[in-house]
Design a protein around this ligand. Structure first.
Ligand code: SF4
Length: 314
C-alpha cells in the first residue's frame, strides 16, 4: 500500500477513512487473518454474519470471507454493493456440490425435503427447501414433519452428525470441507496424552472419528461460548485455526491448542487456504476500487432467498 506509506497513514487508518467516506461496513469471518478481524466492524460465524448483512444500513458491504458467504449477503440485502476482497476465495465444500449433479439427485427423490448447509453456492440454495448453519441445523431438521424424507447437502460429516442427533433418516450428499477432514486422529491422541486434562472441542464438519472423542461438538460460536463458560483451562480446538484469535481474546488466561493436521504444515494446524486469500492489501484495494463485486441474477437471488428466509424464521 504505497499510498499509505507516503501519507504516513497505517493500512488500518487508510481503510477506516475509505470505509467512512463510502459508508461501508466490513464483515469478517472468524477464519480470517487476525489483522482483518481487528479492522472489521463485525466478526462472526456464518449465521451471525448473514444476520448482520441482512440488517446493515451501509451502502457497501465488504465481506472478508469466502464467495458463498458474500453471495448470501447479496441475496439477503440485494440493494447493497457487496465486495469480496479476492473473488477466488472459494470453498471446497461448496464446490463439491455442482448444481447439475444435485438436480439429478433431486429428480431421483422428488418427495424429499431438501435441506442445505449454508456452505453452498447460490444455485444450490435456490434448489433447496430450507437452508441451515451449524448453529441451527438441528432445529431446522427437527422442524421438518416426521413423515417427510430428507436430502441433506453438501457436508456428509455434518449430515452424519445430524442423523445421530435427530434420529432422522437422511440422504447425504458426499461433500466435505478439506480443512475439517485434515485433522489426524493419531496426532490428536498423542497431543491429548500430553494434555490429559484438556477438553477436545470440534466443529461438526470434522470426521466421525474426531467427533467420537470430542468433549464438545458445536458451531464456531458454540465453541467460543463453551470455552468461555467452561471451568477447564486447556482446550484442543478442532476447527479452522483462525478461530483461535477471537477465542484467545475471549479467554486470555486459558491454553488453546490447535488440533494437529495429517500433513505437516508451517503451523502444524488446519488453515483454510480459501479464507486466507483475503489480505489487508486486497481489502484496501477492493474498497478503493469498489471491485470485485458480487453480481447475481435477480431470479437466482429470489429463488435462493426463500430457503434462507425460512431458516431465519425458524
Ligand atoms: S473452512 Fe472448509 S467449509 Fe469453510 S470456507 Fe474453508 S473449505 Fe469451505
Amino acid at each position: 500500500m504505497s499510498v499509505l506509506t507516503e501519507n504516513k497513514l497505517s493500512p488500518q487508518e487508510e481503510i477506516s477513512i475509505l470505509k467512512n467516506t463510502k459508508n461501508a461496513v466490513i464483515l469478517a469471518h472468524y477464519y480470517q487473518e487476525p489483522e482483518i478481524q481487528e479492522i472489521a466492524d463485525f466478526v462472526g460465524d456464518s449465521l451471525e454474519l448473514a444476520k448482520k448483512a441482512a440488517t446493515t444500513n451501509a451502502d457497501i458491504i465488504v465481506f472478508a470471507g469466502v464467495h458463498f458467504m458474500a453471495e448470501t449477503a447479496k441475496i439477503l440485502n440485494p440493494s447493497k454493493k457487496v465486495l469480496l476482497p479476492d473473488l477466488n476465495a472459494g470453498c471446497s465444500l461448496a464446490e463439491s456440490c455442482p448444481p447439475e449433479a444435485f438436480q439429478q439427485l433431486k429428480d431421483k427423490y422428488p418427495d424429499h425435503v431438501v435441506v442445505t448447509y449454508i456452505n453452498c453456492s447460490a444455485e444450490i440454495k435456490a434448489m433447496s427447501d430450507v437452508v441451515c448453519t451449524s448453529s441451527n441445523a438441528e432445529r431446522v431438521i427437527n422442524s421438518i414433519p416426521l413423515d417427510k424424507p430428507i436430502i441433506f447437502a453438501p457436508d456428509k460429516n455434518l449430515g452424519r452428525y445430524l442423523i445421530e442427533k435427530t434420529g432422522r433418516k437422511m440422504l447425504l450428499w458426499d461433500g466435505a470441507c478439506i480443512v475439517h477432514e485434515a485433522f489426524s486422529i493419531d496426532k490428536l491422541l498423542e497431543l491429548y496424552a500430553k494434555y490429559p486434562s484438556a477438553k477436545i472441542i470440534a466443529h461438526p464438519e470434522s470426521e466421525e472419528h474426531i467427533l467420537k472423542i470430542a468433549n464438545y461438538i458445536g458451531s464456531t460460536s458454540g465453541m467460543l461460548n463453551f470455552v468461555k463458560s467452561s471451568d477447564q483451562d486447556t482446550f484442543i480446538v478442532a476447527t479452522e485455526a483462525g478461530i483461535l484469535h477471537q477465542m484467545q481474546m475471549d479467554v486470555p488466561d486459558k491454553t488453546l491448542i490447535p488440533a494437529p493436521a495429517k500433513e505437516d504444515n508451517s503451523c502444524a494446524c488446519s488453515e483454510c487456504a480459501f479464507m486466507k486469500m483475503n489480505t489487508l492489501q486486497k481489502l484496501y484495494n477492493c474498497l478503493k476500487d469498489e471491485s470485485p463485486e458480487i453480481v447475481l441474477a435477480e431470479s437466482l437471488m429470489k429463488a435462493a432467498h426463500r430457503p434462507i428466509k425460512r431458516m431465519m424464521e425458524l
